[in-house]
Ligand binder design. Structure first.
Ligand SMILES: NC(=O)c1ccc[n+]([C@@H]2O[C@H](COP(=O)([O-])OP(=O)(O)OC[C@H]3O[C@@H](n4cnc5c(N)ncnc54)[C@H](OP(=O)(O)O)[C@@H]3O)[C@@H](O)[C@H]2O)c1
Length: 217
C-alpha cells in the first residue's frame, strides 16, 4: 500500500506514516462499509509489524498511530520493536484530550491534534457536529482583546496544551492567519474559559463502527 502511494506521489519515502484507525476494513470492501460484513478483524499489532517493515525498507522515516486509545497504545508499545512517535487524535476546545496528552507525554509520544478548529463553519451545516468554539461569542470577544481571530485564539490555546495542530484550509489568507499565532499568549482567565468548553464532543466519533472489535472510543 505505501509503495503504491509513494509511486503516486513520486517520492522515495515519507517522513511519517500512520495507522489511521485501530479498526480496519476488508481490502475488497467499500472504504467506509455500511455493514459489518466489510469489517476486517486483522489485529492492529499485525498492521504495526507491516509499519515497522516500512521503516526497515526505508520507505518511512517514522511511524505512528491515529485514533488509538490508551490501552491500544500500550498494547502497541509492549509488542513493538519500533515505537510510534505520534498519536494523531481529535483535539479542539470541545474535546481537549488533556488526559490522553499527559498519557502520551509519559510515553514520549507526541499528540497531533486533528480538526483543531472543530471544522469551523462546516460545524453549522452538519447536524451531528458539535458547535465549533471558533463561533463561540466569548471566544470572539477574547480574540478582540488580543487583536486576533477566534481561530487564532483556539490554535494558541491548543499549542499551550502541548499538541501539534494541523488546521486545514484551502484559503490562502486563512492559512497565513493560522500560522500567525506565535506573538501572543492567552491570560489565565481566557485559558480557564477555553478549558471550560471541554465536553468530550467529537466531530469524528466514527460511531457507525462502534461495534467493531477494535473501536477505540
Ligand atoms: N486522523 C484522522 O482520523 C483525521 C480525521 C479528520 C481530519 N484529519 C486531518 O486533520 C486536518 C484538519 O482537520 P479538519 O479539516 O477536519 O478540521 P479543521 O482544520 O478543524 O477545520 C477545517 C475547516 O475550517 C475552515 N478554516 C480553516 N482555517 C480557518 C480560519 N482561520 N477561520 C475560519 N475557518 C477556518 C476550513 O475552511 P476553508 O478550507 O474553506 O478555508 C475548513 O472548512 C486535516 O488535514 C485532516 O486530514 C485527520
Amino acid at each position: 500500500m505505501l509503495k503504491k502511494s509513494l509511486s503516486n506521489f513520486q517520492l522515495d519515502y515519507v517522513d511519517l506514516y500512520l495507522i489511521h484507525w485501530p479498526f480496519g476494513f476488508k481490502e475488497d470492501a467499500d472504504p467506509l462499509p455500511s455493514s459489518p460484513e466489510g469489517y476486517s478483524d486483522v489485529d492492529y499489532l499485525e498492521t504495526w509489524e507491516g509499519m515497522e517493515e516500512c521503516v526497515k525498507l526505508g520507505l518511512a522515516k517514522s511511524i505512528g498511530l491515529s485514533n488509538f486509545n490508551k490501552e491500544q497504545i500500550d498494547r502497541v508499545l509492549q509488542n513493538s520493536k519500533i515505537r510510534p512517535v505520534v498519536n494523531q487524535v481529535e483535539v479542539n476546545p470541545n474535546i481537549n484530550q488533556k488526559d490522553l496528552i499527559q498519557f502520551c507525554r509519559e510515553r514520549d509520544i507526541v499528540v497531533v491534534g486533528f480538526a483543531p478548529l472543530g471544522r469551523a463553519t462546516l460545524s453549522t451545516t452538519i447536524s451531528t457536529y458539535p458547535p465549533a468554539t471558533v463561533l463561540d461569542s466569548n471566544v470572539i470577544e477574547i480574540g478582540k482583546k488580543y487583536g486576533k481571530t477566534p481561530a487564532q485564539v483556539v490554535l494558541r490555546y491548543l499549542l499551550s496544551l502541548g499538541v501539534c495542530v494541523i488546521p486545514k484550509s484551502v484559503t490562502k489568507s486563512r492559512i497565513l492567519e493560522n500560522f500567525n499565532i506565535y506573538d501572543f499568549e492567552l491570560n489565565e482567565e481566557d485559558v480557564k474559559y477555553l478549558d471550560s468548553c471541554n465536553k468530550n464532543w467529537r466531530v469524528s466519533p466514527m460511531a457507525a463502527y462502534k461495534d467493531h472489535k477494535y473501536y477505540p472510543f
